[in-house]
Design a protein around this ligand. Structure first.
Ligand SMILES: [Zn+2]
Length: 467
């Protein structure tokens, strides 16, 4: 494994494989297998976001993988936005189908025909749903495990409201929920309002949650969209208002990229020794490593059993394999377990244990009596240690020269922008791929000129290289 900073791609692939998170050798391009260590984190991420959504009044549903072609074609921007990327099933039972079926790239066109049947009165609203599934998009750019694939795991919410104000309030609540969780997970991020030409097909407003990777690139890990009546009109999702009028509902959607969040976690927290999985996401808090040498071995093993019995049930693995202590340390760090309890002859004779924490890589010797409490304290410290501040990672640029200079240093850039696509394209060409990601949520208004063309600026935007 190369050092993380120098050769990030090589480091990333190595940690995912040797840390046993995923396996890329399945044999279908852009699709990976989640191994137990990776799947445990995926399950915890799902639990975390699903419980947030349920608390906010969403109900879980499950829709079929396939969408009928007539449904898929109903919203014209939507079909245009996705037609190059969809997988289509056109043959079954040994013959061509009269009408092909779409494998969901996202599920608006699956949900809305059912919403039409389910919603009839203002009393049915708000109506908030979600499903936890995989979606499929035929990516033609180079794929990268967890970042860009043809199958990825996510949660998608689909929600109906009686008024525009209710729907916009819901989008704001999405932003609050996502921001709080990403901070808690220690992923540096930006909430960016997408430029009009860069919105989700069929959306009136799109907000993206961009994780900031150690390379200075950004990775969109979730998006929330205000869809207005763009879907409820073609799908005729109407309700009877309190005053007796028929009205189209307003709708929103949130997509939470579970695969990408796992990729961002590994990227952001890992170091030259491997991964670091935060305690709230790791299937086990740690590994107990006996340090056996010569004739003290049986004394140590007896003591290790005593220590192990004092640890919270199911939270620690006992590594009694044939590997040397050094090899066991290496593996526990590569896989990113938050803690390691090291027990040798010194600990056995002094009635102590050595706690190693993965985030700071520091050791602490504690008495056996205080071990359970010390573990709890350390875990709390590790969680607190995760909260990050993205603001320090953003650099302001006022001119073409500054944009080009900062892009050469792989910085995230904030600059005044005129809102025009030719400027965005010019920046992309001159900087080797920097994109206008959109304006920061809750950002101040710009004063002065577009940093690129000198015309009047209408927004302050974030420029970054995207994965
Ligand atoms: Zn401009």
């Amino acid at each position: 494994m190369g050092p993380k900073k120098k050769s990030f791609s090589e480091w990333y692939d190595y940690v995912l494989k040797e840390g046993e998170f995923i396996d890329v050798r399945y044999g279908v391009k852009g699709m990976v297998v989640y191994r137990p260590r990776g799947m445990a984190i995926v399950s915890r991420l799902y639990q975390m976001f699903e419980s947030d959504l349920k608390e906010r009044g969403h109900q879980q549903v499950l829709f079929p993988l396939m969408i009928g072609l007539p449904s898929f074609k109903k919203e014209s921007d939507h079909i245009k936005g996705f037609e190059e990327e969809v997988f289509m099933v056109s043959r079954a039972g040994g013959k061509d189908l009269d009408e092909p079926m779409i494998i969901r790239p996202t599920s608006e066109t699956a949900f809305y025909p059912m919403f039409e049947l389910w919603i009839s009165s203002y009393r049915d609203l708000p109506y908030r749903t979600f499903q936890s599934v995989a979606v499929y998009r035929y990516e033609t750019k180079a794929t990268r495990p967890l970042f860009r694939g043809r199958e990825f795991l996510w949660i998608e919410t689909h929600n109906l409201f009686a008024s525009e104000a209710d729907a916009i309030k819901h989008v704001r609540d999405d932003i609050e929920m996502m921001s709080s969780r990403l901070s808690e997970l220690g992923i540096p991020y930006l909430v960016v309002k997408r430029e009009p030409y860069d919105r989700f097909p069929g959306a009136d407003q799109s907000y993206a949650y961009d994780a900031i990777l150690p390379t200075g690139e950004v990775l969109q890990v979730a998006t929330t969209h205000y869809l207005g009546q763009n879907f409820t009109k073609p799908f005729e999702v109407e309700y009877l208002a309190e005053n007796g009028d028929k009205q189209y509902a307003f709708s929103t959607t949130l997509g939470i990229g579970i695969s990408r969040i796992l990729g961002a976690l590994v990227s952001c927290h890992g170091d030259d020794n491997g991964a670091y999985i935060p305690p709230q996401l790791s299937d086990r808090l740690g590994v107990v490593v006996p340090i056996l040498s010569g004739n003290g071995s049986s004394e140590v093993m007896q003591y290790v059993k005593k220590v192990y019995s004092m640890l919270p049930g199911g939270q620690f693995l006992l590594d009694d394999s044939e590997l040397t202590p050094g090899e066991k340390y290496y593996m526990s760090e590569l896989k990113g377990y938050p803690l390691r309890i090291e027990i040798g002859i010194k600990e056995a004779r002094d009635s102590t244990a050595t706690i190693f924490r993965r985030d700071t890589r520091k050791r602490k010797v504690v008495s056996l009596d205080s071990l359970p409490r010390e573990i709890d304290l350390t875990v709390e410290e590790m969680k607190a240690n995760l909260k990050t501040e993205a603001e320090g990672l953003i650099h302001d640029a006022a001119s073409r020269e500054e944009i080009i200079e900062l892009s050469g240093q792989n910085r995230i850039i904030r600059a005044n922008f005129c809102g025009k696509k030719p400027c965005a394209d010019g920046i992309k060409d001159a900087t080797g791929g920097y994109e206008v990601r959109g304006e920061l949520f809750n950002e101040e208004q710009p004063h002065g000129a577009c940093a690129w063309c000198g015309e009047k600026a209408v927004r302050k935007v974030i420029l970054a290289k995207a994965y």
